[in-house]
Design a binder for this molecule. Sequence first.
Ligand code: NAD
Length: 419
Amino acid sequence: MTDVAIVGAGYVGVPLAQVFAEAGRSVLLVERDAERVAQLNRGESYIEDVSSEVLKRLVDEQRLRATTDYDELRDADAILIALPTPLSKQREPDLSIVKAATEEIAKRLRKGHLVVLESTTYPGTTREELLPRLEASGLKVGEDFNLAFSPERVDPGREDWTTKNVPKVVGGITEACTDRAAELYGSAVDTVHRVTSPESAELTKLLENIFRSVNIALVNELAQLCERMKIDFWEVVEAAATKPFGFMSFKPGPGLGGHCIPIDPFYLTWKAREYDFYTEFIELAGKVNENMPYHCRSLISQALNHGKQRSLKGSQVLVLGVAYKPGISDMRESPALKLIELLQAAGAEISYHDPHVSELPELGLASVPLEPERFDCIAIVTDHAGIDYQALVDDGAVIVDFRNATGEKGRLSDKVWKL
Ligand SMILES: NC(=O)c1ccc[n+]([C@@H]2O[C@H](COP(=O)([O-])OP(=O)(O)OC[C@H]3O[C@@H](n4cnc5c(N)ncnc54)[C@H](O)[C@@H]3O)[C@@H](O)[C@H]2O)c1
């Protein structure tokens, strides 16, 4: 018998499995990818937030295992869904993976099951998409089985706030559903915050991500203005952050990355249209943020002009850091990909160095040693720790720093161009 089955063993599913297993629950990860299942069952973690040491211990103690077999869901008390919710090419919600998995779950649904959707999505998904599919089994929600939404708020790579200590928001279809889900999470995470419906829980997660997207767009726009005004915007952000209240610090950058911030807000934009409503802040933020790789290409071009009297075409450019944020290998939606594509299209010869990402097969590139003298320009796209940025400046390379990794003061020094 399994206490908790988690469908989808990715960035969300594996840390969640760890938290439940550490709380003494027996956990089953149901994963489509047989290679991942084999790795998990050998105690080898491919998710940086969960160490192989911890995973191996939990597997050896028979508290956690993985399978590709949906039939094993029949024996679980609770089924948590942590599957991808991407956008289509037209930037519309693509719930196909979640819907297909729900249909598979419905075939195995039995009395007493608790089903919780953790994937980020628009308000209404749990009620409109999951509920009818599950009730097609003949079982009734609130009576035979329970259904709720509880967003995952994990920030991969972060150590102070984890799946265990970030409060878990829970909203069920019925009060009994909320009770049941709150009880389950309460047995493993530090704090549970109940809301009165799955829609509130769904929108909570979107509000958090929209808040980030809009604020990042604000600083990205001001950073571009500051380039014209020759003001060091990083210095401004740092100074504003000394205000003890009423200001929250966001930093500009080469564009949004990761599975969440560039994607999730558009789930709401799409749903809002059903209500004749246009989410203009979201659209505007998307527009500003999506333009950032283009702006960064322009800065690299200017730095080459001024620093080397060269054009982009034919120049050797090293992209330093390609993961979407420091300390991790996650490449999803990384702005480095767009920037590399733009630089290559302009005729630049691109290499990259990233201690966390050994190769980029989609671009036919592999991480090269950090040998600054080989390059006309170094573009710092992701500020991983463990790189001596000051040494790069001292070496005299032409540097374009999109993360303020060098900490150089002033808008432009001879050597360092900053966003
Ligand atoms: N990554 C984050 O930082 C984060 C944070 C909060 C919320 N979320 C949300 O959580 C959800 C999951 O995201 P993630 O980052 O864990 O995704 P992920 O891609 O890391 O993991 C998803 C896993 O599901 C597996 N899978 C795909 N289809 C399957 C199927 N039909 N049956 C079983 N397994 C299947 C994949 O092989 C993969 O291992 C998304 O909605 C995401 O928006 C992600």
